[in-house]
Design a protein. Structure first.
Length: 182
């Protein structure tokens, strides 16, 4: 959950929310109505009861999980989701123009995620691609766009002209929505 931005926003909307990360953040102290836990990256079990959650949101998380325990994690996510619960995954796209510049080096291919999810009882709702990276010199191009553009810079570039010019499978991130099947 990083600093807990999504946890804090969902909590303000009245949802009962819990966050976990591999390291703590000093911001967690500002979110007193939310629960946080530290879970080491090689943890093979989630510290939650069976069927405890309606939704699990993994935003830019799966690329930091060791591949050797990823299938164990999927089984744990299925265990802690209620029947019919949702799993939303936003991940760095290994086919993106900017993939060489991502900080996380364990990029989980979407095709592999689809296969693992299906084999572990999840039904795919949909997949989309987000984020603009130029095909050449992506960090430099985004720096120039940020410094020189008359607009607020947003790497996601939702519905912008640039995003429309980029093939979806070459965008920076993939977003997958899954539902626990029963």
């Amino acid at each position: 959950c990083g600093r807990g931005r999504n946890v804090g926003l969902l909590n303000q909307l009245g949802y009962q929310v819990a966050g976990q990360d591999m390291t703590s953040s000093s911001w967690w102290g500002n979110l007193m109505d939310s629960g946080f836990q530290i879970v080491p990256p090689d943890c093979e079990g989630l510290p939650w009861k069976n069927s405890a959650f309606d939704l699990i949101n993994d935003s830019l998380v799966v690329s930091y999980i060791p591949v050797k325990i990823f299938e164990v994690l999927i089984k744990e996510i299925r265990r802690v989701l209620k029947p019919g619960g949702y799993w939303v995954i936003l991940a760095a796209n290994n086919k993106s123009y900017g993939q060489k510049n991502f900080q996380c080096k364990n990029l989980l291919p979407l095709a592999l995620m689809r296969s693992l999810a299906k084999n572990n009882g999840f039904k795919e709702i949909d997949v989309s691609y987000e984020g603009f990276y130029a095909p050449y010199f992506p960090l430099f191009i985004n720096f120039i766009r940020k410094q020189c553009g008359p607009w607020n810079f947003d790497l996601s570039d939702y519905e912008s002209w640039l995003a429309e010019q980029t093939p979806p499978e070459k965008r920076g991130l993939w977003l997958m929505r899954l539902r626990r099947g029963d």
